[in-house]
Design a protein around this ligand. Structure first.
Ligand code: MN
Length: 258
């Protein structure tokens, strides 16, 4: 099991990726004939994105674009012979454990993917809500929810919980290297999302580039993902975070644009 954190700009796309509402016919890693076997353990009346927006509106959240508003614990079923019923029991138990730990109302979706290469796995997606001790209000803070201590203890706690449920040590995998609990596409998607978010926020801080140029850039990146690092580097040079040998950068410009 391992966790990923995402900013607002990634959420819409991610939720569609989890529930397979996005078009995945071109994705080689997803076997679309098996998509019908996926299921969501989080039953809501509202669609996931609406629920996410509603819940987010109930808690304090900084407006900054780099705030992590969604976390995803990916829990892979161990490579053992499980019946369909045992598998469901495993994921339902994992869901119960996580919902108890992070608050049921913070759960946005909990899809079990059975249509990817590797083992079936659960994407336990939630808004990281902590209590502001001073103000006594709920606030979004991945930092305070997923502390170092939390990351050190959750694996052990979950293993103990599962042992209690199943009567023996089920052997929960730690980390994302064993068993391939994540498709390469997912990993790539995350990297691109992260880079793109960074690049786009850097671009918007420049303000000189019109909206259309951003769409064009996004399109270009979609077609050639390797562009991202070039663009990102170019942006760093442009806003003065990185030097280049023939620097003709105008510092006034930098301050005016912020
Ligand atoms: Mn998946």
């Amino acid at each position: 099991m391992h966790v990923e954190k995402y900013t607002k700009s990634a959420v819409g796309h991610l939720l569609q990726h989890y529930n397979r509402a996005a078009n995945h016919t071109s994705n080689q890693d997803i076997r679309i004939d098996k998509t019908k076997f996926n299921y969501n353990l989080c039953k809501r009346e509202l669609p996931d994105f609406s629920y996410y927006k509603n819940r987010l509106a109930q808690v304090k959240c900084h407006k900054r674009a780099d705030v992590n508003v969604l976390c995803d614990w990916i829990i892979t079923i161990p490579k053992k012979a499980f019946t369909e019923e045992q598998e469901r029991h495993f994921f339902q138990s994992a869901y119960n454990f996580m919902a108890e730990r992070y608050g049921e109302k913070n759960v946005v979706s909990a899809w079990v993917h059975k249509d990817e290469a590797g083992q079936p796995h659960l994407h336990f997606c939630f808004i990281p809500v902590a209590i502001d001790k001073k103000k006594k209000i709920e606030k979004v803070s991945a930092k305070e929810v997923l502390t170092r201590r939390e990351l050190q203890t959750i694996h052990k706690d979950m293993a103990r919980y599962m042992e209690h449920i199943f009567g023996y040590d089920i052997g929960i995998l730690n980390g994302n290297t064993i068993g391939g609990n994540k498709s390469i596409t997912e990993l790539k998607l995350q990297d691109s999302q992260r880079e793109l978010t960074r690049t786009v926020s850097e671009i918007s801080s420049l303000k000189q580039i019109k909206h259309q140029s951003i769409s064009e850039l996004a399109n270009a990146i979609k077609q050639k993902p390797s562009l991202i690092s070039d663009v990102s580097q170019a942006m760093k040079i442009a806003i003065g975070e990185q030097n280049e040998p023939t620097q003709h950068f105008n510092h006034e410009e930098r301050f005016r644009s912020r």
